[in-house]
Design a protein around this ligand. Structure first.
Ligand SMILES: N[C@@H](CCC(=O)N[C@@H](CS)C(=O)NCC(=O)O)C(=O)O
Length: 340
């Protein structure tokens, strides 16, 4: 009898302690090591790429910097791990990186079966096609018989197969592990067509000598909701990353910017803004952080619109129209849930 109770007690203790350990998890780990490990691309202009001084910059990088600012108080306390497409999921599930912020589409299989959780959508994208202008091709409906360069381990590869089947096309997909090889093969004429998310087509086009010599076809063949991802099972960490992004989107909605965030915190009479910026309430504690978590993130990288503009706006090289990535008030899909 006694032995049985002892056994049950041990079992309960094991369950309780493994539970608390999982909860302490990544936040405690990041604080202990003093930096955030961010999985990024191998170099995609506008999204994640080292600048001339070797500092990583881009839209996906700024999402990571916002988290570092919220959690560690310093957006520079980061370590970057370049990942090829086929490594981006396992790098998170195995704990090699704390977050992957790298043009990754939220799909059911990845979310439910591959040991990761998606946070908040940072970019609503879709798959498209690029062809040399001189090919005379103007529509994806003309791609029967084409040879198409694509990267391995991507939704791009799967959508391409769907698209060919749905249209009864014979398409030869030439699959590469790395994007450099895939895009390089296209520009050297190995493939007739290059396909990936449209935002990345815009990015790649800026890297060739004459960007006007390549056109992006009008058809969008898929939905690619891109979101940073974290390891499955650490709810606190998932909440932190999710709500930092929501906070940046909400900040744009409420006109809170990098420049005015401190005066907004001091002077705003709007209860929503007061809560977001920690002037009242204690929302930071819901995440295991202090009340200035979002102020620090906005001070470091600006609100969502400022980040978008910096990397994709009219003055940027990429010039990607906001489209679906506008605020809901402006006809887009960005709709930040309430911070309270
Ligand atoms: N959204 C797609 C991936 C899009 C993507 O990352 N595309 C390729 C081709 S441009 C790529 O690997 N880019 C960046 C890199 O390899 O560094 C997915 O989730 O599977």
């Amino acid at each position: 009898m006694k032995a049985r109770w002892l056994f049950i007690l041990v079992l309960v203790l094991v369950v309780v302690f493994s539970g608390t350990q999982a909860f302490a998890g990544i936040l405690a780990d990041v604080k202990a090591k003093g930096f955030l490990t961010l999985g990024v691309s191998e170099g995609v202009p506008g999204f994640s790429i080292p600048d001339s001084s070797g500092r990583w910059v881009g839209f996906d990088v700024d999402m990571g910097r916002a988290v570092a600012a919220a959690v560690l108080g310093d957006a520079e306390k980061m370590k970057f791990v370049p990942l090829a497409s086929k490594q981006k999921i396992v790098a998170v599930s195995s704990g090699q990186v704390d977050i992957t912020s790298r043009t990754t589409t939220w799909t059911m299989k990845r979310d439910a079966k591959q040991g990761v959780d998606f946070t908040a959508i940072v970019f609503y994208d879709g798959q498209g096609f690029m062809v040399p202008k001189k090919s005379g091709v103007t529509s994806a409906k003309q791609l029967d018989g084409a040879t198409i360069c694509v990267t391995a381990g991507t939704t791009t590869e799967l959508n391409l197969a769907d698209y060919a089947r749905a249209n009864g096309f014979k398409i030869e997909a030439v699959v590469f592990d790395g994007k450099k090889e895939a895009f390089g093969a296209y520009t050297s004429g190995r493939c007739d067509v290059f396909t990936t998310d449209v935002s990345q087509l815009a990015s790649w086009r800026t890297t060739v000598a004459d960007p006007t010599s390549h056109i992006i076809l009008p058809e969008i063949i898929s939905k690619e909701p891109l979101a940073p991802l974290v390891r499955h099972g650490d709810n606190q960490w998932k909440d932190i990353v999710t709500w930092v992004i929501i906070g940046l989107v909400g900040a744009e909605e409420h006109g809170i910017t990098k420049a005015n965030v401190m005066s907004m915190k001091e002077k705003s009479k709007n209860p929503v803004i007061q809560r977001m910026l920690g002037a009242t309430g204690d929302v930071g504690s819901f995440l295991g952080l202090d009340n200035d978590w979002l102020v620090r993130a906005i001070k470091a990288v600006g609100n969502y619109g400022e980040i978008y503009d910096r990397h994709f706006g009219p003055k940027s090289k990429l010039k990607i129209p906001r489209g679906l990535n506008k605020q809901w008030k402006d006809g887009g899909l960005l709709y930040a849930p309430p911070i309270r």
